[in-house]
Design a protein around this ligand. Structure first.
Ligand code: NAD
Length: 442
């Protein structure tokens, strides 16, 4: 209990430990399950020297946290950002465990990060850093061990360099080592858009439950990178009016709706949405307080604090980012009746298509984009329904319900491996076990 009292409510590692605690208690799984899952099973810190273009040498610090491999090899993205910390990576690795579990994917969770500002690195320096990260960690990475992917400030190009470095170290071709890689190296059709596409599938499901018509609904999005921009694109395609977007450099607001295809082209050309013709600038505080139907935080953690939450007017918050809502912000949103699609469900489209990519690499046989998208839609809709049913049956929030499903699945895998003894099954009020990752052929 001391541990709980000392928690920092903006620290992702402490937040996920609290979420784990609540799910273990709800399922009456016993203290051992919490004790076993409260820390990543392996954390590695590496020092990566990079020769700078001006002749200096800089050493960057990187991490990889692997939470548990109870269900399968660990899986999770790599982030390049100045604010990366050990606790952030540990917390994100645990969120990956619960995300893959709620989706029924055969993986555990991992996450990696390097403390750096990629905006200050040349392409050559970035390549040296990406290759150095993989060289230092190659012993604990692999298609049956731990499979990286893109995250904040990393992209298919970085994945391509990382794949090549791993292949050099191993002396063989291993396309399943990493996902989110370029198509020509065995990437999957639809992977780049998958997280945003999945976000929109969950938003459409939430709208159905709340009786909202997408064609008469409005949305605002914070973050216009991979996830935010594709979320805008698919919301727009489904008739939702996107009235405001924001990135780290500024925002764009038009109450009549932004011309999303033109905005995507503008952001691509200018590296920001700020200054988009026909829009006015908007800041974070104003964006989160807009009177829209759907708010999509798609940037970083801890954006919706208790102060921000008090001003939210949206009916739905779709957590496209990982951990965008602080626990006290979450309580306030709940009291105010906002329907939250929790991150581990909302943004799971990325890891789901990463799973499809890994399956295709393993088979050496590749699917069409339409096959990928329809399988993604089915898994997202099924997972949403499962969480929604569990929420209603157990009178939980959507977030609590998703953790109950995920933690139960992970605990069962631990028991099946003989790692843990759970209370006898009739004592556990278990949610129905949907093996939704076991998809039918299309
Ligand atoms: P990205 O680097 O492509 O984009 C991040 C965006 O957020 C950029 O537009 C950036 O300008 C903006 N941003 C950063 N700080 C901001 C601030 N203070 N205010 C406003 N905007 C800000 O990253 P991404 O891959 O789109 O990831 C975004 C979030 O989604 C992260 O939380 C990530 O962990 C999560 N996520 C990503 C994926 C994926 O497949 N890429 C999958 C699941 C979850």
């Amino acid at each position: 209990m001391v541990e709980v009292r000392n928690r920092d409510l903006t620290n992702p590692f402490h937040i996920v430990q609290g979420q784990l605690r609540a799910a273990v208690d709800n399922l009456q799984l016993g203290e051992d399950v919490y004790e076993f899952l409260k820390e990543p099973m392996r954390v590695v810190e590496v020092a990566i020297p990079v020769h700078r273009d001006d002749g200096r040498l800089t050493t960057f610090i990187g991490y990889r946290a692997q939470h548990t491999d109870a269900i399968g090899p660990t899986k999770g993205g790599i982030r390049f950002h100045p604010d990366v910390s050990l606790d952030e990576v540990k917390g994100l690795s645990m969120w990956m465990t619960f995300k893959t579990a709620v989706m029924g994917l055969p993986y555990g969770g991992a996450k990696g990060g390097v403390i750096c500002n990629p905006g200050e690195l040349s392409a050559r320096e970035l390549e040296e850093l990406s290759r150095g990260y993989v060289r230092r960690l190659a012993a604990v990475l692999g298609p049956e061990l731990d499979i990286p992917a893109p995250d904040v400030n990393t992209n298919p190009r970085v994945m391509g360099w990382m794949l090549d470095e791993y292949d050099r170290v191993r002396g063989q071709n291993t396309p399943g080592f990493i996902t989110g890689k370029p198509l020509v190296l065995g990437g999957s059709a639809g992977r780049e858009e998958a997280t945003g596409r999945g976000v929109v599938y969950t938003v459409l499901e939430a709208m159905k439950r709340l009786g909202l018509d997408p064609r008469r609904s409005t949305a605002a999005i914070q973050g216009f990178g991979n996830v935010g921009s594709h979320t805008a694109e698919f919301l727009h395609q489904n008739g939702v009016k996107v009235v405001a977007v924001e990135d780290v450099r500024g925002g764009a607001m038009n109450p009549d709706g932004l011309d999303v295809p033109a905005l995507l082209a503008y952001a691509h050309r200018n590296g920001t949405v700020k200054g988009f013709p026909g829009s006015r600038n908007i800041g974070t505080e104003e964006l989160f307080a807009l009177d829209v139907d759907v708010l999509v935080p798609a940037a970083l953690e801890n954006q919706i604090t208790s102060t921000v939450a008090r001003n939210v007017k949206a009916r739905i918050i779709a957590e496209a980012a990982n951990g965008p809502t602080t626990p006290d912000g979450d309580d306030i949103l709940h009291q105010r009746g906002v329907f939250i699609i929790p991150d581990i469900l909302c943004n799971a489209g990325g890891v789901t298509v990463s799973y499809f990519e890994w399956v295709q690499n393993t088979q050496g046989y590749y699917w069409t984009e339409q096959e990928v998208n329809s399988r993604l839609e089915r898994l997202m809709v099924t997972a949403f329904q499962h969480v929604y049913d569990t929420m209603q049956e157990r009178r939980l929030t959507m977030r609590e319900a998703s953790y109950v499903i995920a933690v139960h699945r992970v605990a069962e895998a631990c028991e099946a491996r003989g790692w843990l003894r759970l209370p006898t099954t009739n004592e556990i009020p278990a949610p129905a076990l949907h093996l939704i990752g076991r998809d039918r052929p299309v």
